[in-house]
Ligand binder design. Structure first.
Ligand code: CP
Ligand code: NVA
Length: 309
């Protein structure tokens, strides 16, 4: 069975730790491993816009000795005339892995079921697991250990980042809190899955409506855009309903002293976070963005080795 990475809990706690340690190694010695030498090609497909994901995969694949093939769905048959599994069956004859940023998680599941090469979720409406590997790597660099830390995500609790924090944070043994208003809570099944993982790892998951209660004592405070890709028409309603969850310096003052602030970017300063926080001393957003490169390289090295074994 081919191993894929479609959601954060597609790896066990031990496997997640292995990938993060490999990422630290690759960050120290960037060109040490060339599993894609040949060069082998990796297809990186985008149904949605991207800056960080596109660049970090393209550079990471090249660092590993491979050749990235960036495909915009708008100029391909996928999505319009061809199913994900038919596309995958063609690509697998020529490429070593498929990375795909898309809308519905179901398309990724269909693609993965229909192919022998690993499929990596580069963001769906439900999850952003590559970003979470980078985020956990960044927290690990700053704090040493992940297990036992309390992390609070504020804002759209139903978005891909919040749901990935639940799964990946629980896998790492963290205490994950989501603070969101009614109508923006994470999926019940995702919360249940994360709680089941947390019960094994010593972590926990908790949902809050009160942003101050959620942030109090947190080691890491996180937010994301209130208007995820595909939700642009809801912007006015979202700004009105999520306003109380803006991360500003008054809210940060309730977190642990020297708490970290994170944001996957792109950010709307003045909406989900004020400029003084995202551009201030507690913010680690640039390290977080750079770590996309190292974390995804580790993921690719790890997946290619697993699937070769
Ligand atoms: N954080 C993130 O995935 O950024 P991009 O949308 O620019 O890839
Ligand atoms: N939640 C955001 C993340 C962007 C990287 C979105 O889906 O647009």
């Amino acid at each position: 069975m081919t191993r894929h990475f479609l959601r954060d809990d597609d790896v066990t706690p031990a496997e997640q730790a292995e990938i993060l340690n490999l990422a630290l190694e690759l960050k120290r010695d960037r060109f040490a491993q060339k599993p894609l030498a040949g060069p082998q090609t990796v297809a990186v497909i985008f149904d949605k816009s991207s800056t960080r994901t596109r660049v970090s995969f393209a550079v990471g694949i090249a660092d590993l000795g491979g050749s990235p093939l960036i495909i915009s769905t708008a100029n391909s048959q996928l999505g319009g005339k061809e199913t994900p599994s038919d596309t995958a069956r063609v690509l697998e004859r020529m490429v070593s892995a498929i990375v795909w940023r898309t809308y519905g998680q179901a398309g990724l599941v269909e693609m993965a079921a229909g192919t022998t090469v690993p499929v990596i979720n580069a963001l769906s409406d439900d999850f952003h697991p590559c970003q979470l590997l980078a985020d956990l790597l960044t927290i690990k660099e700053k704090r040493g250990e992940l297990a036992g830390l309390t992390l609070t995500f504020l804002g759209d609790g139903a978005c891909n980042m919040a749901q990935s924090y639940l799964l990946a944070g629980a896998t790492a043994g963290m205490h994950v809190r989501i603070a969101s208003p009614e109508g923006y809570t994470p999926g019940e099944q995702v919360v249940a899955d994360a709680a089941a993982i947390a019960a094994q790892t010593g972590g926990s998951v908790a949902l809050f409506t009160d942003p101050v209660a959620a942030v109090t004592g947190s080691d890491v405070v996180v937010t994301d855009t209130w208007v995820s890709m595909g939700k642009e028409e809801e912007k006015a309603a979202r700004v009105a309903e999520l306003g109380a969850y803006r991360v500003d310096s008054a809210l940060m003052a309730h977190a642990a002293s020297e708490a970290l602030f994170m944001h996957c970017l792109p950010a709307d300063r003045g909406y989900e976070v004020t400029a003084d926080v995202i551009d201030g001393p507690q913010s680690i957003i640039w390290d977080e963005a750079e770590n996309r490169l190292h974390a995804q390289k580790a993921l690719m090295v790890w997946l290619l080795a697993k699937n070769a074994a």
